[in-house]
Ligand binder design. Structure first.
Ligand SMILES: Cc1ncc(COP(=O)(O)O)c(C=O)c1O
Length: 349
């Protein structure tokens, strides 16, 4: 909920601040040592996350990056190969942790809509040969960060599940924004998670919790994940402060925030589509991201982003001519109208 004097920040959805209910819940948290399973809100959050994601168990973690890394470590072994879409967040934006920490190889395959075709994944699965690393895991991502929040269809996920089963491979989902995917597909998050063995979901993005992600899977998988959380230094102590807030973030009515973010992104995209010198593919605006292409001669994305910043609207140059706008509950409809107005002022000038 921005104030007039503040800028309209459309750079990220990690800027969401906790609402009153989250703050009150954090204040009231009983607290205990969660490494020993003694923090009641921590335990309740893990149980609730498992329910919402339709898995036997879940674990609370400081970040999505740690959640994905732990999933990779539990599912594989050193020198194993993980197959995933080539622009997946795990491959592009998690500091090479799979290689540095896990001794893993990440094999990227193309997937123009964020999801590789099952045939392409099948072709990337290695034969059992002493020369090759072992194909050990398939990773998916929905909604997909690099492709502007596009959502994997359930048909595509089902085809990949089938392929994985044929090869006895587990599937992990980077579901940092599974909430957005669920809202876009109008299904429960658990339905999406039903196609995979493990899922990481962020609580600190559109849902508005201040900190944290969860990783969910079978009891056995999560028991092993607890060892890795400790190994990686993610065994925080009195996490009740964070988990009480995160429990509020998992209130069913809280998904309304995400729905509103999607409506705002759509309004922004439609506003941009009507402007000269910039284009947007409305079909690809499925969640809270808008990727726009600057087409005006002599102007690139960085210039447009600078111009917007001077006018109090923050966005990201995601490529030479690509500008990324991300909506979240910190920006209301007035903010969206302001952004469109400032874009118009620059581009119609
Ligand atoms: C798709 C995706 N996966 C994983 C992450 C990592 O989450 P965190 O920033 O909590 O480490 C992000 C963060 O933006 C993301 O967009």
């Amino acid at each position: 909920m921005q104030h007039e004097s503040q800028s309209v920040d459309l750079r990220r959805d990690t800027t969401t601040r906790p609402d009153r209910q989250m703050k009150d819940a954090a204040f009231e948290a009983a607290l205990g040592d969660s490494v020993y399973g003694e923090d009641p809100d921590h335990n309740a959050l893990e149980q609730r996350a498992a329910e919402v994601l339709g898995k036997q168990a879940a674990i609370f973690l400081p970040s999505g990056t740690m959640g994905n890394l732990i999933a990779l470590l539990v599912h594989t072994g050193r020198a194993a190969e993980v197959i995933l879409e080539q622009n997946a967040h795990i491959r592009t934006s998690e500091t090479g942790n799979a290689a540095a920490v896990g001794g893993l190889m990440l094999r990227g395959v193309p997937g123009p809509n964020g999801v590789p075709a099952a045939e392409d994944l099948a072709a990337a699965i290695r034969a059992d040969d002493i020369h090759y690393p072992r194909s050990s895991l398939i990773c998916l991502e929905t909604s997909h960060y690099r492709y502007g929040g596009i959502v994997a269809s359930l048909q595509a996920m089902s085809a990949i599940r089938e392929l994985a089963d044929q090869h006895a491979l587990p599937v992990h989902l980077d579901g940092a924004r599974i909430w957005n995917a669920a809202v876009a597909l109008e299904v429960e998050p658990a339905l999406i998670a039903g196609y995979v063995d493990s899922v990481m979901a962020s609580l600190s993005k559109g849902l508005g919790a201040p900190v944290g992600s969860v990783l969910a899977g079978s009891e056995r998988f999560i028991a092993e994940a607890r060892r890795y959380r400790k190994m990686l230094g993610g065994g925080m102590r009195q996490t009740g402060w964070l988990c009480a807030a995160a429990l509020q973030a998992l209130r069913p009515d809280n998904l309304e925030r995400v729905r509103q973010d999607h409506r705002n992104a759509r309004a922004l995209a439609e506003g941009i589509a009507a402007l000269p010198g910039i284009e947007v593919d409305l079909v690809r605006v499925q969640t809270n991201f808008v990727l726009a292409t600057v087409t005006r001669a002599g102007m690139d994305a960085a210039q447009l982003v600078r111009g917007l910043a001077e006018r109090g609207v923050l966005a990201t140059a995601a490529g030479p001519s690509t500008v990324r706008f991300v909506t979240c509950s910190e920006v209301n409809r007035d903010g969206i109208d302001t952004a469109i107005g400032q874009l118009r002022a620059i581009l119609e000038h």
